[in-house]
Write a protein that binds this ligand. Structure first.
Ligand code: ADP
Ligand code: MG
Length: 578
């Protein structure tokens, strides 16, 4: 016979592998249990990056001795009663797997005391083997102590990374948990040193400060939105703040941290054409959704979820982010100016540069005086932010130097015009009204058989973008009209490129994204280049147009349109103030 039934011990160690990957997984499970027990004080102590000790102490509801004895058995939970409960899970845990899994690969001690009892009980489990229950003097709540994780699974131990990496995973888990539970006091000690001590706070923004540090937190703007049953709330970065990786894109569903493709995609979608290539936003997103609408039972460590109506969730998130960014872009015109010191590192004071708390760098705004409180646009009279600037000169053939009541502004004429043209095209496309210009002499384009099939398939999309293309014999087409914004030239290349780029795209969402990318390309080709002398009238017109669009501060590829130096910045640079 080749088949054997695995021993109980083997089976539970295999099961443990799914839940307990590394010390940070233990920290996560234990902190989740403390939160489910409604603790308001949670302290985590680790030694040697969690490999020799992980201790989580809470002041939650505790366990009776009977519960304590059951807690380390497999599939034992107080959080699910029947199958229906699986579809309305309000707790972080529900599988009853964490404690037995952890206890099977470590030396575990649990001490717990529920309210109204003068003493608690202690239970030791070593490699899954339960000891006897003992009476123990202890405060209200629960302490779970894990020593020598993986002492009996050497293979697993070998997979552990360098101590600094394991510790950083623990810090990440701890911080995410803290972000989602600002009214809980959290402490984290490592080898006797306090790494974090987050006092309970009422405001989420205060917790953001505690966890991310003052500088990063200051650059994240609060936003909120309610769309039917979805409640979206959180913090987001606005240009020029951006990050070189997605480390600060943190999403929660009903206060559970998740790594969800739909949510991440939706967030990035909201930032489309506002970020430079390779840059990521900083977003802390809390999505509140009715429990039956989300399945949290799809991943052993519960890091993934499945939404019942995923496209609605996607749309709501992307829309909330976009609207918040739009409001912010408009509002920023009336807030203290955002300077971009990156290019001026040699001249600026050192305090203008901040070491990023993670690998890579980011830029941040320089705080100015609150000279211009944020006002809704309607209250700002007829004079727009850009149109009220005094144009001093055009320099280097590409920058407009202007003075505004906030200080000095330098505008990149190409980036500005590109954004204006782009937004104009987007609006026209949305209204299915891209202005076309008919060609006096139509251009003929020869394509391959494959391209011809594609072209026929994508004809309506090309029309939508402002191109009229007509069949003209086998695999030959004539271009009879092009978007009015495109300058005169050889359009055959553009059409061929469009066909190739639209080849793979069928889904409407991706299609829209591609269309916008194509529009950005059209915009880029249709605008004033650098090194072109502008007349005063042209400069004025450009500034006026900037006031009419939503995202005037970034070109469609995410480059800045505007650099500003507030009065304070100038005074500081000239050492008038410190
Ligand atoms: P789950 O959290 O999925 O229920 P666990 O194995 O993590 O499974 O925990 C088993 C049970 O032990 C929980 O359902 C809970 O009743 C109890 N428990 C675990 N940790 C604590 C704690 N810190 N405070 C109170 N009860 C706890
Ligand atoms: Mg649990």
């Amino acid at each position: 016979m080749k088949i054997q039934i695995l021993s109980e011990e083997m089976a539970s160690r295999i099961a443990a592998g799914e839940v307990v990957e590394r010390p940070a997984s233990v920290v996560k499970e234990l902190m989740e249990n403390s939160l489910d027990a409604e603790a308001t004080e949670i302290s985590v102590t680790v030694e040697r990056s969690g490999t020799s000790l992980i201790r989580v102490t809470d002041n939650g509801e505790g366990m009776t001795p009977e519960d304590l004895a059951l807690a380390v058995e497999r599939h034992s939970t107080s959080k699910l009663k029947n199958e229906d409960d699986l579809f309305r899970i309000a707790t972080l845990g529900f599988r009853g797997e964490a404690l037995p899994s952890i206890a099977s690969v470590s030396k575990t001690t649990i001490i717990s005391r529920p309210p109204d009892v003068p003493f608690g009980h202690q239970m030791n489990v070593e490699g899954g083997k339960k000891g006897d229950l003992k009476v123990a003097a202890c405060p209200l709540g629960t302490t779970v102590e894990i020593r020598q994780i993986f002492y009996n699974v050497p293979a697993r131990r070998k997979f552990l990374k360098a101590p600094a990496t394991e510790l950083s995973h623990i810090c990440d888990v701890f911080n995410r948990m803290a972000l989602a539970n600002s009214q809980v006091h959290f402490t984290l000690l490592h080898d006797g040193r306090t790494i974090a001590d987050y006092a309970a706070v009422n405001e989420g923004k205060d917790r953001l400060h505690q966890v991310l540090g003052r500088d990063t937190a200051r650059d994240l703007i609060p936003f909120s939105s309610t769309q039917s049953e979805l409640i979206l709330q959180g913090y987001l970065s606005v240009a020029p703040t951006s990050f070189p990786n997605a480390r600060y894109l943190i999403t929660f569903v009903n206060r559970r941290y998740v790594r969800d493709k739909i949510l991440t995609h939706a967030v990035l979608h909201g930032y489309e054409n506002l970020l430079m290539k390779g840059q990521y936003p900083g977003v802390v997103l809390f999505l509140g959704i009715p429990f039956p609408e989300v399945d949290v039972n799809v991943h052993p460590a519960k890091y993934e979820v499945r939404f019942r109506r995923q496209s609605e969730v996607h749309e709501a998130v992307a829309d909330a982010i976009r609207q918040a960014l739009k409001r912010q872009a408009k509002g920023s015109m009336f807030a203290p100016p955002v300077s971009a010191p990156v290019q001026f590192q040699g001249v600026m004071e050192p305090q203008f540069h901040y070491a990023a708390p993670f690998p890579g760098t980011y830029t941040r705004s320089v705080p100015g005086k609150e000279m211009f409180p944020i006002k809704p646009r309607s209250e700002t009279g007829t004079c727009g932010f850009f149109s009220s600037m005094v144009i001093l000169d055009q320099i280097l053939g590409c920058y407009l130097v202007c003075s505004s009541s906030r200080g000095l502004a330098i505008i990149d004429q190409h980036a500005a015009h590109e954004r204006v043209a782009f937004e104009k095209l987007c609006r026209q496309m949305e209204a299915r009204d891209v202005q076309k210009q008919s060609l006096l002499i139509p251009q003929t384009v020869d394509v391959s058989g494959g391209e011809s099939v594609l072209l026929e398939k994508k004809m309506s999309v090309l029309n939508q973008l402002g191109f009229d293309v007509e069949p003209f014999g086998a695999n030959t087409y004539t271009i009879t009209a092009v978007p009015a914004l495109l300058p005169e030239g050889d359009y055959r290349q553009v059409v061929r490129q469009m066909i190739a780029e639209l080849a793979e795209v069928d889904k409407s969402d991706k299609l829209r994204q591609h269309l916008e990318e194509r529009l950005a390309t059209i915009a880029c080709h249709s605008v004033i280049r650098a090194n072109r002398k502008l007349e005063m009238g042209e400069m004025r017109a450009l500034l006026n147009q900037l006031d009419e669009i939503d995202f005037a501060t970034q070109c469609p590829h995410g480059r800045p349109v505007l650099l500003e130096f507030s009065h304070d910045d100038l005074d500081r640079m000239f050492k008038r103030i410190s």
